[in-house]
Every structure is written in structure tokens, then in C-alpha cells.
Design a protein around this ligand. Structure first.
Ligand code: ZN
Length: 560
């Protein structure tokens, strides 16, 4: 493989690809033996891998420079062609699921591949095409409303992004002012966002009904490829969080209040761990990447190879620059088994997080590609792939002195505590969505009352300092997952439990912990959720009593 910047991009000939995949489908239908059948499938995989790689190259270059008209036009082209391609892919899945060679295919590639195809079939039908268009329109209205929102702050119109940094200020009065402005910004767009959400809830509930689901809950689960559990098992996890994690988090917030030297911890104090603020990295981008390379070489042979590969092929774009999209992500170029990490460094601890969390995703992708037969089998669901990334954050602790100097211990304590303190909110977001879809006819104010009630259960420490808008139960509006990715948010909490378990294991035996972690990464998405947990020696958080066992080591470390 060449360096990323030197990869040549040519627009794929979609007519040719359509013809090739249609040809493969015809062979799949007529195949006389498994070998013929398999060859046709693998030909499709090859075509798909090439297409996905070209599309990803264009996507990365587009996000690096949104002002570059060439790649902007390429993305418009892909977006116009992909729906037609998706229809072909769906047809292929249907042919495979109905084929006499299904069992042999399952034997070779694993049951998960067939399950994915069956789920796809269950989720699509002519009768919901208009609803899907409507859902996409509402989602795009949400994005536009949120992106365009501004509020007056210190005599200037400022957006959400501009406020975020001031909301981390160590000056409490300034922080308070920024949070109040932030709340006002959301209050301004709340009527639109709540109307959009009402539309989304109704259109999703309607689709579920048309497809024969009892509500949108099982349909949402199937969309997320949750084959192993239902909302009943998830409630077992929630109950454990209420009983075990909420009291522990309450203690940590109490401790934080004392550290900050304040009488009452208001909502605008929650994200500040110490009076001097959160530790900042001790060097610039070049320094941090250099330290990361040293760290990954020392951590293990495999992680060293991975990071050297990333460096050699320049598979990063980390600087913040004009025209670049905000935020960060990790993606893969399947043809080259190469991950790519995109970020906007800003001089805070978030930069280090990119080099541990996003690099954890990248390492998992790089590793799975060595062992799995197809790119699809490399991709696990987020309950698993966030374990890859979050565990790497913990594996990296011994090297934090190279990133934060004297503040390394503060950083590690705050990082571990924060990982635990975030969990109740995630479950609050999750239960809220379940309550919404159990009763899609609720009014906006009824939904706010549900949120308020749950907040008191999951975040008893939360104090909105008399802000009427937030006290009315409107905080959830800021959580874009609720609009865009129903039922997603709890995956982070489930994955964090797996990461905590690796953390505890590595304290006892680093080598053994790394070996299990490596196994999990190598398995990619080739098995279901429960099987992957078992395979890598992790507990099921959906079983009563597991959370207490998993958190034992973390509680010890935090002195809880
Ligand atoms: Zn992640």
C-alpha cells in the first residue's frame, strides 16, 4: 500500500458494478454446487470491497477539506448511486437465505452472516419506503436545526461548538454563564426539535406496526443487530446500574464537590474534576504521535506493528484546519486492511483520547482484517467494538506520564472515575427511549415528565440551579443519539463494563489480559455478542450479579 495521500482515486464505474453484482446474483440462484455458489459470493465481496474502499477514500478527503469541490461532487455521486446498490445487496441476501446452500455458507462463514441477511429481509418492505424517506427528512431537519442554532453570549452570537470550551472554564462564574447560554440556545430550538422528535417517534412506530412488530422496540433492536437479547434482559442491566453504579457515582460527585471546595454541585460543575481544571497534554501533535508510537511498541508486538503501519502509510489527519469537518472518527480502507484516524486536535486531553480510543478501534480493525475472510466479518456491533476502544484507553495508563507529565496520576484517576460516573446518564437515555416507544402517543410535556422522573432515579445529584427549562425535563434534547440512533446509547455503558473487566484483569496479569483482548479484536464481528464475550472471557452484563463482580477492581482502585 502507498501512503494515504498518494492513493490514486478513480470514480468507480457503477454501471459495471451493478452488472457484475447482478451477474453474481444470477449465479447464486442457478449454482449447481457449493463451490460455484461460494465463488459468486466471493466475487461480490471483492467488488464490494473495491467500491467501499474508493468511497471511503473520497469520504475521508471530502471531510478533510469540505471546500474541495472535486470530492464534494464525488460524494454527491455516491449518494445518488448507493440506494440502487443497496437494493441489489438486499436481493443478494434474500437469494442466499432462500438457497439450498445456506447451511454450507453458514458453516463456512458463521451463523452471524446469515442472521444479518435475515434481519435485513425482515426490516425492509415496499410498504415502509415512504416512511423511510420521511425518517431521513426528519433526521436532516434535526441536524440543520442543531447546526444553525446560535445564542447571544457576551454580546456575540455564538454556536454550540463555540460554547463548549468556555463550559470547561475553571472560572466558575464564567462556566455558569456559558452553561446558561447553552441552555438558552436549546430552549430556542426546543419547539422545533421536540416536534421533529414527535415525528420520528410516530414514523418509527408506524413502520414497526406495518412490519408486524409489537412496537418499535424490537424493530430498533433488530436494526442494531441485537440478536441475543430483548428489552427484558436489558432491564436486568439497568437494575444493576441503579443498585450498584448510581450510589458509587453519587459518592464520586460528593468527592468532586469537596475537591472543588463548593457547597452545592450544580450541573455546570459536573464536568470539572479539580479546581485547576482537567490535565492538558504536555506537547504538540508531533510530540504526542511520537509518544504514541513508543507506547504501542512497548505495549505489545502486535500493537507496535499496527502503529508503525499507521505511521508508515500516514493514516492520520489530526490537525484542525480551515475547511475541515468538526469532530473525529476512525474508518477502514478494506482493500488495504488499513484503518484511518480523523480528528481535530485542540490541545486538550481529548487529543490523547484520540490516540488511545480511536486508535483502539483502528487496532481492532487492523487485527480482525488479518484473520477474517470478508470485511463484513470484521465489523462487530457497538456493544463489542466500543470494548476495543475503551479498553485501549485503560491499557494505556502506564504511559500517561509521557503525555501528561506530573499530572499523569490525576489524569488516570479522573479518567477511571469519569468512565464510571458517565454510566447512569447512559442508562437514563436508554430507559427514556424505551418509555417513549412503549407509548408513542405521549405529548411533549408528558415526555419531559418521563425524563425528569428518570433523571431523579439515575442522577440524584443533578441540580439545575433553578434553570426552569432544564428542570422541566428538557435536557435530553441535547443528546443527538436519541434522534439519530435509537437505543444506541446503552451500548457505550455495556462496552465500558467489558473495558473495566479488562482493566481489572490487567492489574492482576497484564499479559493474560492482553491475550484475551487480542482474541476479541481478532474475532471482529465473526460471532454474536454473547459468543464474543464468552470467547474472550468476559461476563455478560445482562446477568444479575455481574456488574458487582466486574466493578470490584475499579471500586478498589477508586477507594469506594
Ligand atoms: Zn468509539
Amino acid at each position: 500500500m502507498k501512503k494515504f495521500a498518494e492513493l490514486q482515486y478513480v470514480r468507480p464505474d457503477m454501471e459495471k458494478i451493478f452488472a457484475r453484482v447482478s451477474g453474481d446474483i444470477a449465479v447464486l440462484k442457478e449454482a449447481k454446487n457449493y463451490e460455484e455458489f461460494r465463488n459468486a459470493y466471493m466475487d461480490y465481496v471483492e467488488a464490494d470491497t473495491e467500491l467501499e474502499t474508493s468511497k471511503t477514500v473520497a469520504h475521508i478527503r471530502n471531510t478533510i477539506n469540505l471546500l474541495d469541490e472535486f470530492y464534494e461532487a464525488e460524494m454527491v455521486y455516491f449518494n445518488s448511486q448507493i440506494p440502487k446498490y443497496e437494493i441489489l445487496k438486499k436481493e443478494m441476501g434474500e437469494v442466499i437465505v432462500a438457497s439450498p446452500f445456506k447451511a454450507e455458507m453458514e458453516k463456512e462463514f458463521g451463523a452471524i452472516l446469515i442472521q444479518n441477511m435475515e434481519a435485513q429481509k425482515q426490516l425492509s418492505d415496499e410498504s415502509i419506503v415512504d416512511d423511510q424517506v420521511k425518517e431521513a427528512e426528519l433526521v436532516s431537519r434535526f441536524m440543520k436545526t442543531q447546526a444553525a442554532a446560535t445564542v447571544e453570549f457576551k454580546g456575540e452570537q455564538i454556536g454550540n461548538y463555540g460554547l463548549l470550551k468556555i463550559m470547561q472554564s475553571t472560572d466558575r462564574a464564567e462556566r455558569k454563564e456559558a452553561f446558561e447560554a447553552w441552555a438558552k440556545l436549546y430552549e430556542g430550538i426546543a419547539p422545533t426539535l421536540e416536534e421533529v422528535y414527535d415525528g420520528l417517534v410516530k414514523v418509527r412506530a408506524g413502520m414497526a406496526k406495518k412490519l408486524g412488530f409489537k412496537s418499535f422496540i424490537p424493530m430498533g433492536y433488530l436494526r442494531r443487530r441485537r440478536f441475543d437479547y430483548t428489552e427484558k434482559e436489558l432491564e436486568v442491566f439497568r437494575k444493576q446500574v441503579r443498585e450498584v453504579v448510581v450510589p458509587a457515582a453519587a459518592k464520586l460527585y460528593e468527592r468532586q464537590k469537596e475537591a472543588l471546595g463548593i457547597d452545592t454541585l450544580y450541573y455546570y460543575d459536573e464536568s470539572i474534576a479539580s479546581p485547576s481544571g482537567n490535565p492538558v497534554p504536555i506537547g504538540d501533535k508531533e510530540y504526542l504521535v511520537g509518544e504514541a508510537q513508543k507506547m504501542y511498541r512497548e505495549l505489545s508486538k502486535e500493537s507496535g506493528e499496527f502503529f508503525d503501519f499507521m505511521m508508515e502509510h500516514e493514516l492520520f489527519d489530526l490537525d484542525s484546519k480551515h475547511g475541515k469537518r468538526a469532530g473525529g472518527y476512525c474508518t477502514t480502507l478494506p482493500q488495504y486492511h488499513a484503518p484511518f484516524i480523523f480528528s481535530n486536535f485542540n490541545g486538550t486531553d481529548a487529543d490523547v483520547n484520540v490516540l488511545t480510543h480511536e486508535a483502539g478501534h483502528a487496532f481492532a480493525g487492523f487485527t480482525a482484517a488479518k484473520y477474517q475472510k470478508t470485511p463484513e466479518l470484521c465489523h462487530s456491533t457497538s456493544e463489542i467494538n466500543e470494548i476495543h476502544s475503551m479498553s485501549m484507553e485503560h491499557f494505556a495508563y502506564p504511559w500517561m506520564k509521557d503525555f501528561f507529565g506530573e499530572k499523569a496520576d490525576d489524569y488516570c484517576y479522573a479518567h477511571l472515575a469519569d468512565a464510571l460516573m458517565k454510566i447512569p446518564y447512559m442508562l437514563c437515555v436508554d430507559e427514556y427511549q424505551h418509555k417513549v416507544f412503549e407509548n408513542p402517543e405521549m405529548t411533549t410535556m408528558e415526555r419531559r415528565a418521563v425524563w425528569s422522573g428518570l433523571e431523579k432515579i439515575y442522577m440524584p445529584w443533578r441540580n439545575y440551579a433553578g434553570n426552569e427549562f432544564l428542570e422541566s425535563g428538557a435536557f435530553w434534547i441535547k443528546q443527538q443519539h436519541i434522534f439519530l440512533y435509537p437505543f444506541y446509547y446503552v451500548d457505550y455503558a455495556m462496552a465500558q463494563m467489558g473495558a473495566f473487566e479488562f482493566y481489572t484483569k490487567m492489574k492482576e496479569d497484564r499479559k493474560a489480559a492482553w491475550a484475551d483482548y487480542y482474541k476479541l479484536c481478532a474475532a471482529g464481528g465473526s460471532m454474536g455478542y454473547f459468543d464474543l464475550l464468552k470467547y474472550s472471557g468476559l461476563h455478560k452484563v445482562l446477568e444479575d450479579g455481574s456488574v458487582k463482580i466486574i466493578l470490584k477492581g475499579v471500586f478498589e482502585e477508586l477507594g469506594l
